[in-house]
Design a protein. Structure first.
Length: 238
């Protein structure tokens, strides 16, 4: 599998990385590709979600947290530089097989690090019965894209307050239970986040694809579709 290298290591907003995985799927030759990325505090919600029902916009504005929509399904996710996002692009269009393969790769990495990780029927990765990674999927003609959030660490206050849980979730589980349902990878491995990323790459990838300047420009052009208000459909008061 090829690791996609972005020579410009400047931190970009989340929409760029969503466009990057889509560009890879649409324009690079048929192969398996993988890359990891981190962002400033951001919330990303699924293609079928209503933003106003999922995101606490007042909290996000107050704390400088950006909000984005992705083209995959699934729930609302908070991300920052203390966790790592992973993207996998493959020519296989079979949803179940693609999910199983990607989850298998994550489990392989964690078990090689001595972590007793398991998976669920919802394609989550668990450690000791607590969620450490969630995944989402979408496909384009001839390609499938899976992305995941790996909770190495995170800002719990932002995670709890930037996302608005449904009334039913609050009644059934309560805010405190969120802390009990997730776990952080840093509590199970001695490696730093950068060391973990290096280990992931060396374990899963045996080749690389370095993006050219023209490819980066193509990604930046595609990124504008993720920033279009008709796509995001946000009602944000200035």
């Amino acid at each position: 599998m090829k690791y996609v290298v972005l020579k410009d290591e400047n931190l970009r907003q989340l929409s760029f990385y969503l466009a990057m995985e889509e560009y890879i799927a649409r324009h690079l030759e048929a192969d398996d590709y993988f890359f990891m990325w981190q962002v400033e505090p951001s919330v990303i919600f699924g293609r079928n979600q209503v933003a106003e029902n999922e995101v606490n916009f007042d909290y996000c504005r107050e704390h400088g947290i950006r909000v984005f929509r992705r083209k995959s399904g699934g729930g609302c996710v908070y991300a920052d530089q203390d966790n790592v996002m992973m993207s996998f692009v493959t020519p296989n269009e079979d949803v179940a097989l693609t999910f199983n393969r990607f989850i298998g790769m994550l489990l392989l990495v964690l078990r090689k690090l001595g972590v007793k990780a398991t998976s669920t029927t919802h394609n989550d990765v668990m450690i000791g019965g607590r969620k450490v990674s969630g995944t989402a999927f979408y496909h384009l003609p001839g390609r499938s894209i899976v992305h995941a959030t790996m909770l190495y660490d995170t800002n719990m206050d932002h995670m709890l307050h930037a996302i608005t849980p449904s009334h039913e979730k609050l009644q059934a589980k309560g805010i405190e239970s969120v802390r009990q349902r997730i776990t952080f990878l840093k509590d199970y491995i001695p490696q730093s986040l950068e060391e973990f990323k290096t280990f992931v790459r060396s374990t899963l990838c045996n080749d690389e694809w370095v993006l050219t300047e023209d490819e980066i420009k193509g990604i930046e052009a595609l990124e504008q579709t993720y920033l279009d208000k008709d796509f995001v459909k946000l009602i944000i008061k200035s």
